[in-house]
Write a protein that binds this ligand. Structure first.
Ligand code: GTP
Ligand code: MG
Length: 202
């Protein structure tokens, strides 16, 4: 699989309620808006990048990538961002990355792609250790075949909102990021401003 066959979508469409309702993707991380930091880390791994945001669209447009809001109303959750990404994706594959996990692996997409191909899967989902050291699925980090659009339209229009409930309907490869040399904190995300400041210091 070539990077050119993959579109990356940055999920920045949430409410940010644990950050006082602020637009998380526009919060600074080491002086750079989180969504722009994510864009710079993701761009070398894929052919194209889209930003999925629901507020302050012109601020996101200034980062230089196309910006698409959710078609589903009322902040339906990250799966709404998967749907937006698949709808706008012109490549055979889409990879989803949230805007609030600034240390995600620089080889994220390469490892998801290898697993998807090796296991002939429809979806490859990252799994990584959390603060307690336990390896857990990281459902917002998924590589998807574009053909899954129809399935996701059906699922979301039927009221489905949970990523893992949808991915369970498809052949999903779980891809561990806990090898020696992997940053054990790569998948730590910032839900609060305090967590964001902690991530900066690491
Ligand atoms: N497109 C889209 N993305 C969302 C939505 N809700 C959450 N996300 C994204 O999913 C990822 C994980 O979400 P959370 O950590 O819960 O972020 P959040 O919803 O902004 O924050 P909280 O309101 O504090 O839960 C983030 O990248 C969010 O931008 C939504 O309704 N639509
Ligand atoms: Mg949320």
């Amino acid at each position: 699989m070539n990077a050119e066959d993959i579109t990356g979508v940055i999920l920045a469409g949430g409410r940010g309620s644990r950050m006082g309702g602020s637009d998380k993707g526009l919060q600074n991380f080491n002086g750079i808006p989180l969504a722009l930091h994510t864009l710079m880390r993701l761009a070398p791994q894929v052919g194209e990048v889209l930003i999925n945001a629901n507020r302050n669209l012109s601020a996101y447009e200034a980062f230089g990538a196309p910006v698409w809001p959710d078609a589903l109303p009322d902040f339906a959750g990250p799966l709404a961002g998967f749907l937006t990404g698949l709808e706008q994706c012109d490549t055979p594959f889409l990879v989803t990355v949230p805007c609030d996990t600034p240390r995600f692996p620089p080889d994220l997409v390469a490892r998801l792609s290898s697993a998807l191909q090796d296991q002939d899967a429809e979806i490859a989902m990252a799994a990584a250790p959390e603060e307690d050291g336990q390896l857990r699925p990281q459902p917002v980090f998924c590589l998807l075949r574009r053909e899954l659009l129809e399935s996701l339209v059906r699922f979301t229009h039927g009221g489905g909102r949970k990523i893992d409930a949808w991915t369970a309907q498809h052949r999903t490869a779980l891809v561990p990021f806990d090898a020696p040399g992997d940053d054990p904190q790569a998948f730590f995300n910032a839900n609060t401003l305090a967590e964001l400041r902690q991530l900066e210091q690491r």
